[in-house]
Design a protein around this ligand. Structure first.
Ligand code: MG
Length: 392
């Protein structure tokens, strides 16, 4: 069997352009779907997939590890830059989909079978609707509480909010008070049984991250995500040592070596590889093994499109450290028109049980995708009060 084509389909989903990667084979009807969504870098990724195609056409798609090594190591430049790594990830996910389809079995069974009866999912406040998740004012604790109640009413037992405002390297009490008020309001609204995650979006400096972590510790967060830039692994480690709250990070790291460095420093308690960026399912599975060796939790980053979600769920069914799957469901109303999925999210508890459909269990509706051609992503930029540049 040979790979005959590697192409991308771009689907404009408002805040993101979903980049679907289709790998076709010379076996009639056998193709795989991957995803290489990288918001604000869509055209670069499409070009990077084109570059990779030259290495892949004519190759045996079932030699996934060999092809991964080829994509990562050939042509001199190693493939851990975010664009190349995302392109590699998209192809790699599609190759696993092909392998599952070839053997008539879901991916998680290729990896040793289900290790759990179901995967739990969590949502973003507002279900991933851009305005609710990214633009609720940090001064509006009441709105955070309303959206938290809504998530629980929709059946979720866990949700994530961005309740930490943008800050300059040091600030007075106001920003920390805002965060305390928002998290306090959400905790009061949903009670002790619901898991609350706070994503700092790597906005704070290491010192501000430390202050936020300390201030939010009494609220018993399920985890605190990216309390400072992922470039500062030693600072992440110090924040983790300073609080009992589990620190989560990893969505912007690519390549196995980056996760080795993170884990060697004991810099987090929850690893969050993004399967569409870290190097695909091939690397994500190795990260799961690293996490298992350190007895850490894994909660892959997944705010993108439906192929990314299917890949994350398959990984979750087969990986012991996996604790929860990130999902968005309200980013665009036609999300479910562009894909048929094998999995169902049960409303009660928002859990997903393993399915039996081959590969990732999905099929992309190319005609529907064509209705949403590329458009530049919504510009979401951050400037501080004095006009200086902040982190979005
Ligand atoms: Mg995040």
């Amino acid at each position: 069997m040979k790979i005959t084509a590697v192409t991308t389909l771009v689907c404009h989903a408002r805040m993101r352009n979903w980049v679907f990667v289709k790998v076709q084979t010379d076996q009639p009807g056998l193709h795989g779907w991957g995803e290489a969504t990288l918001e604000w870098h869509t055209r670069e990724v499409v070009g990077a997939v084109e570059d990779l195609a030259e290495l892949l056409i004519g190759q045996d798609p079932t030699r996934i590890e060999h092809l991964w090594q080829t994509m990562y190591r050939q042509h001199f430049w190693h493939g851990h830059g975010i664009v190349r790594s995302t392109a590699i990830s998209g192809v790699d996910i599609a190759l696993w989909d092909i392998l599952g389809k070839l053997h008539g079995t879901p991916c998680h069974r290729l990896w040793g079978g289900a290790v759990r009866d179901y995967v739990r999912t969590y949502c973003h406040l507002g279900g991933g609707r851009m305005e609710d998740f990214y633009e609720t004012a940090p001064s509006d604790a009441g709105r955070f509480a309303d959206l938290a109640r809504q998530a629980v009413e929709e059946g979720f037992t866990a949700f994530k909010a961005m309740a930490v405002p943008e800050t300059v390297p040091i600030e007075g009490r106001r920003a920390v008070r805002y965060a305390e008020a928002c998290v306090g309001a959400m905790r009061a609204a949903v009670g002790e049984q619901i898991d609350i995650m706070i994503d700092c979006h790597a906005r704070p400096s290491p010192r501000m991250g430390h202050l936020f972590a300390r201030a939010l510790e009494p609220f018993g967060l399920y985890f605190l995500e990216e309390p400072c830039w992922p470039e500062h692994l030693k600072d992440l480690a110090e924040i983790q040592r300073a609080v009992a709250t589990p620190v989560a990070t990893g969505e912007r790291l690519t390549g196995l070596h980056a996760f080795r460095d993170l884990l060697e420093l004991r810099a987090c308690s929850v690893v969050q590889p993004d399967i569409t960026h870290c190097g695909g399912l091939t690397v994500a599975r190795k990260i799961m093994a690293l996490a298992e060796a350190h007895q850490l939790a894994a909660a892959p980053h997944n705010p993108q499109g439906p192929v990314s979600t299917a890949a994350s769920l398959e990984l979750g069914f087969a990986s012991p450290p996996y604790v929860i799957c990130e999902t968005v469901h309200a980013d665009v109303p036609w999300r479910h028109d562009v894909v048929t999925e094998a999995h169902t999210i049960e409303r009660e508890g928002r859990i997903v049980r393993p399915h039996q459909r081959p590969g990732l269990g999905i099929e992309i509706n190319e005609r529907e995708v064509a209705k949403h051609p590329f458009q530049p992503e919504v510009l979401l930029r951050t400037f501080h009060a004095d006009g200086s540049v902040g982190d979005w």
